[in-house]
Ligand binder design. Structure first.
Ligand SMILES: [Zn+2]
Length: 49
């Protein structure tokens, strides 16, 4: 098993994790019911009825 030779610096670690970010879904107002829904997704409120 490989043994780590040196500690990863804060900068290197953060650079590796640049693609890991908080997902904030784009919410748009549903044209039929006015509820907030995710863009390009079926509105769960409209789907229910
Ligand atoms: Zn809707």
């Amino acid at each position: 098993m490989a043994v780590q030779q040196r500690r990863t610096s804060r900068t290197r670690r953060n650079k590796r994790r640049t693609h890991i970010k908080l997902k904030v879904p784009t919410l748009v107002k549903c044209p039929s019911c006015g509820e907030m829904k995710r863009s390009h997704h079926q509105c769960p409120n409209c789907l229910a009825r």
